[in-house]
Design a protein around this ligand. Structure first.
Ligand SMILES: [Zn+2]
Length: 300
């Protein structure tokens, strides 16, 4: 089935409660939930060996699970110092090598921190560094992996929607990773109405073109925020926190998106991903027959 794919970020509580331990067992847990995507975290560093990566690759391929990885949280493109530039390059190269061992097709990364510099200065540093890193990745033979800069949840982080779009415009292979919880948090509760979500998709389509926007990578969860932005991710059961997925699910169906949607709920991420998929399929079913994305998505 074409259309959007859904899955969790990391092994959820239910996975361990069911007696599973290792990531290569994920397809056994995801299949009954009808999920077909998974995101593996290198957030605290890339420690996975080639052999273990090979087992994950085989299991995910057999299970029909689209695999993505999350690059280390230490990545920060807003740096000048040669030593820190080298370190960043190292994180990208290590991520790419392990991701390709695992058969992952996408790697999400956090673009960086603005700290005390201006946002303009942050972009002046990040843009050439990202280009240099992509060049080095190609030179190392890792060009097959798609990198996805993520929208960040704290206001002092580099990576609001405009900045992520600007980064993606540097190279047509980059795909935006839109964390809707982060956008909601840094906008202090900005995503509520269908129009709020449509504005995000419109900005993406105008910025990187409809084709890339439709393939976007998505992180979704409910989130708690302060005046500074993101505080913590919550589960779908904690209904006092937004944003809601329903308005987005209808837009994804109407616009024929083929996004990869990763749920980042704390602990219930697979079950919440399944709930999102259910909402999305209902939205597809409610479309006029020819545009029903459960059959074949049409570009509107
Ligand atoms: Zn992230």
């Amino acid at each position: 089935m074409a259309g959007c794919r859904f899955g969790p970020a990391g092994n959820c509580d239910g996975f361990y409660a069911a007696g599973y331990r290792r990531t290569e067992q994920e397809p056994l847990y995801l299949k009954p939930l009808a999920l077909d995507a998974f995101e593996y975290s290198f957030g605290r560093g890339v420690t996975l060996g080639e052999e273990a990566a090979g087992r994950i690759r085989k299991a995910m391929e057999e299970g029909g699970i689209a695999l993505s990885v999350h690059a280390p949280y230490f990545i920060n493109l807003c740096v000048e110092d040669a030593g820190r530039v080298e370190k960043n390059l190292g994180y990208f190269l290590k991520t790419a090598r392990a991701a390709l061992w695992m058969g992952a097709s996408r790697a999400v990364f956090h673009p960086g921190a603005v700290t005390k510099m201006s946002r303009e200065r942050a972009m002046e540093l990040a843009a050439p560094l990202l280009k240099k890193i992509l060049f080095e990745l190609d030179a190392a033979g890792f060009g097959a992996l798609t990198f996805c800069p993520e929208t960040m949840g704290k206001i002092n982080q580099f990576g609001d929607l405009t900045e992520v779009i600007a980064l993606c415009r540097l190279d047509e292979r980059l795909i935006p990773a839109v964390d809707f919880a982060h956008l909601h948090a840094r906008g202090r509760g900005a995503l509520n109405t269908p129009e709020d979500f449509a504005a995000v998709l419109d900005a993406l389509e105008n910025g990187v073109g409809q084709e890339r926007a439709r393939k976007m990578h998505v992180h979704f969860s409910r989130i708690e925020f302060t005046a500074m932005g993101e505080k913590r991710h919550h589960t779908f059961a904690e209904r006092e926190y937004g944003p809601e997925f329903a308005p987005l699910s209808r837009l994804l169906a109407e616009r024929g998106y083929e996004a990869r949607i990763i749920c980042e709920s704390a602990g219930t991420q697979a079950e919440d991903a399944a709930a999102m998929k259910e909402q999305y399929l209902q939205a597809c079913a409610a479309l006029p027959a020819m545009n029903g994305c459960a059959q074949e998505p049409k570009v509107l």
